[in-house]
Write a protein that binds this ligand. Structure first.
Ligand code: S3P
Length: 168
């Protein structure tokens, strides 16, 4: 049984949609960032601050290789997993890979109250979102399936994902 693997920029709703899909399908959810935090024994912010981003990207890569072996689970990835194309290839081996997309303004509204993302702790988070999105646009396009999430309910987004999943 194939996995459903959710990609997308921070704040595009990966974790929420993963939980909704779990409720619909009764499949287990594996959240990559949660797994990494449990294994490292510290938050993502602490990993970035104490070990640096390259260290985090290395663990992300190893985790993607490991999770590619799973069957019939929902995997919610971190927003930067697409930076290494190998991660997309590995997770595609047994997974239907879907990228959730959203406009910078939508993302900003969603992440505004939160403080756990080190890359968005800047003076002007909206500008930061636009800059990072622009740099990563090409990476997100490499995920086989894309879904625009602006102005859609979680139910509508799940339906679109299931339409793709059920065809494969
Ligand atoms: C990151 C996204 C975060 C987390 C880390 C880096 C990124 O995950 O992995 O803060 O580079 O986009 P979410 O997309 O779940 O916020």
């Amino acid at each position: 049984m194939k996995n459903i693997v959710l990609f997308g920029f921070m704040g595009t709703g990966k974790s929420l949609i993963a939980r909704k899909l779990r409720d619909i399908l009764g499949l287990e959810v594996i959240d990559m960032d949660t797994l990494i935090q449990q294994r490292e024994g510290k938050s993502i912010s602490k990993i970035f601050a104490e070990n640096g981003e390259p260290y985090f990207r290395e663990i992300e890569k190893k985790t993607a290789i490991e999770l590619a072996e799973q069957q019939g689970v929902i995997i919610s990835t971190g927003g930067g997993v697409v930076l290494n194309e190998e991660n997309i290839k590995n997770l595609s081996k047994n997974g239907v890979c879907v990228c959730l997309q959203a406009e910078p303004e939508t993302i900003f509204e969603r992440v505004k109250p939160e403080t756990h993302r080190p890359l968005l702790q800047t003076d002007n988070p909206l500008e930061t979102i636009k800059n990072i999105l622009n740099k990563r646009k090409i990476n997100y396009l490499k995920v086989p399936y894309k879904i625009v999430t602006d102005n859609k309910t979680p139910e509508q987004i799940c339906e679109e994902i299931l339409n793709i999943y059920n065809k494969i």
